[in-house]
Design a protein around this ligand. Structure first.
Ligand code: MRU
Length: 358
């Protein structure tokens, strides 16, 4: 059941994604309606949770992971059997279903694997106890995200200075995680300590995560923010307005290639040209040591209508035109100045520095 407490609210006081107090529903802020309406949804069925991830009502790699963990816990709650074998096979189906909601952000699979690990390790316990343990694991994944993102904020803040211009792409802020986000966490922590950054948010075609979400959440926090179209990044860098680029990541390969929102690699190329440091902020749960480089990462392709119709009063491209709509691209490791994780700032060669932490 979708319960929509849609009354427009003054501010986001809510975690982006959480389990409700009764432990019976996944509670999210519906990001498809921001910034006009802050709508909080209470989701209980697997279909609702799948749809919320697939349609980007909940989005951003860390937030997707937390939503999936809570989602599969709710699925487990609904499995009525005392037989571990039957419980596990139905749990595995629910896990597989949620895992098929989006292909790229590795946090989704990482969180679901953690949840499955709880079931597999506890086959000697009664199913009712396994359900308690799944609840605790989902809560841990949620709480860890808050701590991990705050630690990324601390480490990232050491790389930037009060008064700097910062360019960011997509939304890697609190709306992409539980509470702080990754790439925007240093800005929130800096703000708490009196820093004044000037943020330039790429609008991020086609789904406008920058113009809608980054702009919204940074304004809420009183951070000086300017929205630019994606093709304006070179202009603001040439103007000398940008001292650092901070972006998030959906999956980092073992060699440091970073898969993030489509357009990120273009920003990295421009930043290299203008000598602007390019930092990728990512929890270690985003690092996938099973893929050796970016070519092994599945890039989600989304519907053509996101490019041709969405946001326009009328379809703006000719009917029948071919459309290519990849949701992510790969920034090669050699364009990345440093990777900011919860454990600290990693520098090249990433093949070595990532191995030490993962
Ligand atoms: O398609 P989205 O909106 O889920 O893509 C999100 C991004 O690309 C973010 O930059 C990434 O998940 C990092 S979030 C901390």
């Amino acid at each position: 059941m979708i319960q929509d407490s849609a009354a427009p609210r003054e501010s986001v006081v809510h975690d982006t994604v959480t389990l409700d107090d009764e432990g019976r529903a996944l509670v999210i802020i519906d990001q498809t309606r921001l910034p006009r309406v802050v709508s909080v949804l209470s989701l209980t069925t697997q279909e609702e949770i799948y749809r919320a991830i697939a349609t980007l009502q909940v989005r951003g790699a860390p937030a997707i992971g937390v939503a999936a963990a809570i989602g599969v816990y709710l699925a487990a709650l609904g499995i009525e059997t005392d037989d571990w074998g039957e419980f596990y096979s139905r749990f595995a189906l629910a896990k597989q279903y949620l895992a098929s909601s989006r292909p790229t952000a590795v946090n989704l699979f990482w969180a679901l694997d953690r949840m499955e690990g709880v079931v597999v390790r506890n086959k000697n316990l009664p199913v009712s106890e396994v359900k308690f343990l799944l609840h605790d694991e989902a809560a841990r994944i949620h709480d860890e995200d808050i701590r991990v993102c705050r630690a990324i904020g601390e480490h990232g803040l050491c790389l930037i200075r009060d008064g700097w211009g910062i360019l960011t792409h997509c939304n890697a802020g609190r709306l992409a995680a539980v509470r702080y986000g990754t790439a925007l966490a240093p800005l929130y922590l800096g703000r708490e300590r009196g820093c004044n950054f000037k943020v330039f948010a790429d609008e991020t075609r086609p789904l406008l995560q920058g113009a809608r979400l980054t702009a919204f959440e940074l304004m809420e926090d009183g951070i000086d923010t300017t929205v630019i179209c994606d093709n304006m990044a070179a202009r603001v860098m040439r103007n000398g307005w940008i001292q650092a680029v901070l972006v998030g990541c959906d999956r980092m390969a073992a060699n440091g290639d970073a898969c993030n929102k489509i357009g990120t690699s273009g920003v990295a190329i421009i930043a290299r040209h203008y000598g602007v440091p390019f930092y990728v902020c990512a929890p270690t749960s985003t690092i996938d040591m099973n893929v050796s480089d970016g070519s092994g990462i599945v890039i989600e392709e989304r519907a053509a209508g996101e490019v041709t119709d969405m946001w326009y009063r009328e379809r703006m491209a000719p009917e029948g035109i071919k459309v290519y709509n990849p949701a992510f691209d790969i920034t090669p490791a050699d364009l990345i100045t440093a990777v900011v994780t919860e454990h600290g700032v990693l520098t090249p060669p990433y093949g070595e520095s990532l191995t030490a932490f993962r």
